[in-house]
Design a protein around this ligand. Structure first.
Ligand code: UDX
Length: 435
């Protein structure tokens, strides 16, 4: 099949490269000349493990192309994917669909023959109807259908999530579109990955409902962790005991500083707004949004408490700035709330992140960025782990202790255990576990 992928961000580039790896002929289109130039010269503008090899293989084998001009790509395509950004609209939290509608208008101008237009971007329920209206208005004669095909890609695991998904969701009532989508996902079809065909609006809602549920599950265990702190219970054992119930499942029950990223915060807010607009508020998710926002802010208080209630004039070393490991993405990262709050309380902050420093450097003021965990900890009054990078999972605790001013660690991801930290002579604070 011939595929045009409009947008080369996390979703577009991973999806395009994976479709090319499935054997399709894919042309990725982006307005950003520098990004297209980087991609055509073998560079990868985003941090996603394994993506460089996949893209280079697709380009080398002549199945993956990059261009700024969508004309030829769309004209020759059996399927045109809209994979542009749908950020939270400033002020009200609705999804900003400017780029989606602009892409629809451009596609309408150049499409030729039977074309399946696919919204891969996360879009509010009903967006497919509007995309169809825009294209129909511009091209009353065109032979096309608009299909929803949401992505369920986790940053840092996106290629695996695309190639070995739990399911593929396709929203269409058009038989020809169904045939095209089945052919596109043929390698997954052959290995019996469930492909759910449903109505377009239902498909659009599945995406939001899935992300909102995952955000809720994380927020649930985070609140249970706070209760564990008060009751002297161990949240990791609670999560294990609860997660072994196969109706609940063990994943996404790791207590932490609150969720971040480019999806959960934006998608929960968009669902809340859509539901309010439909006069059917999702009050549970409204509460999840509120709890999570507060939690990220409250984490600084946890650090201050671990420093005997005062960080004024103290040096705090931060390990991990990105919203999760194996990404350089800083969007809605808890560090963006924690570090300014510590600085406001008078702390001097040093930081290290294996991949996020370039992104982080223009997001913080007066933070000293360092080249590794031990250098970061040098002379620090406390060490705070915010992101659970593997690099932080087996630190030499005696070396840490000798380089720090005081052996104080605040572990917001429960990487270490209270027992080992006590044995190593640290004053140790973590999330939802008795000292
Ligand atoms: C998420 C969804 O998982 C994915 O299906 C969707 O397509 C996009 O949004 P992503 O945001 O990349 O993916 O990362 P994810 O691994 O889901 O983590 C999201 C946030 O939740 C991170 O801040 C992470 O630290 C946090 N999290 C995750 C927890 O705090 N605890 C957990 O147990 C899992």
């Amino acid at each position: 099949m011939r595929v045009a992928m409009i947008g080369t961000g996390y979703v577009g580039l991973v999806s395009g490269a994976c479709f090319a790896d499935f054997g399709h002929d894919v042309t990725c289109v982006d307005k950003d000349a520098a990004k297209v130039e980087t991609l055509n010269s073998g560079g990868i503008p985003i941090y996603e493990p394994g993506l460089d090899l996949l893209v280079q293989r697709g380009v080398r084998e002549g199945r993956l192309h990059f261009t700024q001009d969508l004309t030829d790509a769309v004209r020759e395509a059996d399927a045109v994917f809209i994979a542009v950004g749908t950020p939270s609209r400033r002020g009200d939290g609705f999804a900003d669909l400017t780029y989606v509608y602009a892409a629809a208008k451009e596609i309408a101008q150049v499409m030729d023959g039977h074309t399946v237009v696919v919204t891969k971007s996360t879009v509010p329920v009903g967006t497919g109807d509007e995309v169809e209206r825009i294209i129909r208005e511009a091209r009353p004669d065109a032979d096309f259908s608009v299909v929803s095909n949401p992505e369920f890609l986790r940053e840092g695991a996106a290629i695996d999530d695309f190639k070995r998904p739990d399911r593929v969701v396709v929203g269409t009532n058009d038989e020809r579109a169904r045939a095209v989508m089945t052919e596109l996902y043929r390698p997954l079809y052959l290995n019996e990955t469930p492909i759910i065909f449903t109505a377009r609006r239902t498909s659009e809602l599945i995406k939001y409902a899935a992300n909102a549920f995952l955000a809720m599950k994380i927020t649930f265990i985070n609140e249970i962790a706070d209760l564990c702190d008060k009751l002297g219970a161990n949240v990791q054992e609670v999560a294990r005991g609860v997660g072994l119930d196969n109706r609940i499942g063990r994943k996404f029950l790791n207590a932490g500083p609150g969720y971040g990223g480019s999806c959960f915060p934006k998608d929960t807010l968009a669902l809340v707004r859509t539901a309010q607009d439909a006069d059917s508020p999702v009050r549970l998710i409204e509460t999840v949004v509120d709890i999570n926002d507060r939690r990220k802010r409250d984490m600084a208080d946890k650090v201050i408490a671990a420093c005997e209630g005062d960080v004024d004039g103290k040096t705090i070393a931060i390990l991990g700035l990105t919203f999760k490991p194996n990404t350089d993405d800083m969007r809605e990262a808890p560090s963006l709330e924690i570090i300014p709050a510590l600085q406001k309380a008078g702390a001097r902050v040093r930081a290290f992140d294996p991949a996020g420093t370039v992104e982080a450097e223009h997001l913080f003021q007066d933070v000293e960025f360092t080249s590794g965990p031990y250098f970061c900890a040098e002379g620090a009054d406390a060490l705070v782990i915010i992101t659970e990078w593997n690099e932080f999972r087996a630190l030499d605790l005696s070396r840490l202790k000798s380089t720090m001013k005081a052996p104080v660690m605040v572990d917001l991801r429960n990487i270490y255990s209270p027992e080992e930290m006590s044995a190593a002579g640290f004053t140790y604070t973590s999330i939802g576990r008795p000292d």
